[in-house]
Ligand binder design. Structure first.
Ligand SMILES: [Zn+2]
Length: 404
């Protein structure tokens, strides 16, 4: 071991190697800082007087499977220029840390391929220390996500955990990166985001979202120039909810037991896309029977199948025509639930048809939300909500989610 190896092997520069000890299978390198290298940590002046010292130890890179600790007396100095008495700064470690910068870099490198638990076990440190290293890195990288270049966004909320905790997530549709994670749902969750977005002077063109009044109000207020695009999966999902309501209503009103039985098993089939019906389980036939027995249900079902064609239209003009005709048919059906749904679509027509100007959706957020849920399930250590939120910002960097 030598001063030169300290530098080349461990990135420690400006310190003198003193000796090596082997303590219970660990390697301890003692070193010292030359008097002439000491300066004031505040003003950098070399005119300092030594005022005692403190022995400190730092975990650093392992040698093979052996843990390595650096130990040295860290001097306190009094500065002749600014007058303060302080411990001199350590070049190879961040303030108040018990590990070197190279150790942190190595732990982060391993974290790309291993869980927190794996990295901790491998390096022979506690889970908390690796988490702390990851958290510091995430904070540095994601505390201030640059928003200036954002053009197209997707906003959606996600419920996580058993306590139905909500998070509102904003995605940059161009890069696929999460640019904001808000606590809760609705307009309040997004307040801090609008403030930062305004300060960034980003020119937002379009926002994909569901038809929730809170989002509509917020976007119209804070981004008056942006086009709202209602996500088509959310529109279909909403229609599916109406379809379930209708089936429930018909079931309640049915007097015939056979009709009740057929209706009872039909919900799943009604909500399934027809191309996914299982022939081996006779699902197409069972669906047909349910529809045959019930005219209103059949009307609603075929209207749903039709509605999906809206987003297949070649252009805005054709889509507008299609939407108008669909709404007219729904209204003419005489079925109250469908009539109300047609009203909803008419009211939101502009945002629905905007899809043909900006073909965006909240679809990419769906993938992110799935990753968040997986992370939540695996992460017994995510009792630290800030760490969890920071991990979400980094989620698009990971192909496989490694936590725990
Ligand atoms: Zn000073």
């Amino acid at each position: 071991m030598s001063t030169s190896l300290l530098y080349h092997g461990f990135g420690v520069r400006g310190y003198r190697y003193v000796r090596t000890d082997y303590v219970e299978g660990e390697v301890w390198f003692s070193m010292e800082q030359p008097r002439e290298a000491m300066c004031c940590p505040i003003c950098d002046s070399a005119e300092v007087t030594r005022r005692g010292e403190e022995w400190r130890t730092f975990r650093t890179l392992p040698l093979g499977s052996k843990r390595v600790t650096l130990t040295l007396p860290v001097a306190r100095v009094e500065c002749a220029v600014c007058g303060v008495v302080r411990q001199v700064s350590i070049a190879f470690a961040d303030p108040r840390r018990t590990y070197t910068k190279s150790f942190a870099r190595y732990a982060l490198e391993l974290s790309r391929h291993m869980t927190i638990r794996d990295v901790a076990d491998h390096l022979g440190v506690g889970w908390d220390l690796i988490k702390e290293i990851q958290k510091a890195d995430l904070q540095r990288r994601f505390k201030k996500v640059p928003l200036k270049k954002l053009r197209q966004l997707a906003i959606d909320e996600i419920s996580i955990g058993k306590q139905q905790r909500y998070l509102t997530v904003v995605l940059d549709l161009k890069s696929g990166a999460v640019v904001f994670v808000g606590e809760g749902k609705g307009s309040q969750a997004l307040e801090p985001f609008w403030k930062r977005l305004r300060r960034s002077r980003a020119k937002i063109q379009a926002v994909a979202m569901d038809m929730s009044p809170a989002y509509i109000k917020a976007v119209s207020e804070y981004l008056p120039k942006a086009q709202i695009v209602f996500d088509h999966f959310h529109v279909i999902k909403l229609f599916n909810e109406k379809l379930s309501d209708l089936r429930r209503e018909l079931f309640r009103e049915a007097t015939d037991q056979r009709q009740k039985d057929v209706l009872k098993g039909s919900l799943w089939l009604l909500l399934k896309n027809p191309e996914h019906l299982d022939r081996q389980r006779h699902e197409p036939e069972r669906l047909k029977r349910a529809l045959k027995l019930n005219a209103p249900l059949a009307t609603a079902y075929y209207l749903k199948e039709d509605l999906r064609q809206l987003w297949e239209q070649p252009n805005w003009r054709a889509a507008r025509k299609f939407l108008t005709s669909w709404c007219a048919r729904a209204t003419a059906s005489g079925i109250r639930i469908l009539q109300k749904f047609a009203d909803t679509l008419r009211k939101h027509a502009r945002g629905i048809l905007n899809y043909f100007k900006f073909p965006i959706s909240t679809g990419p957020l769906e993938g992110t939300n799935n990753k968040i849920r997986t992370m939540q399930r695996q992460a017994y250590g995510f009792r630290d909500p800030e760490f969890f939120k920071l991990k979400i910002y980094a989620i698009h960097e990971t192909r496989f989610e490694l936590v725990g």
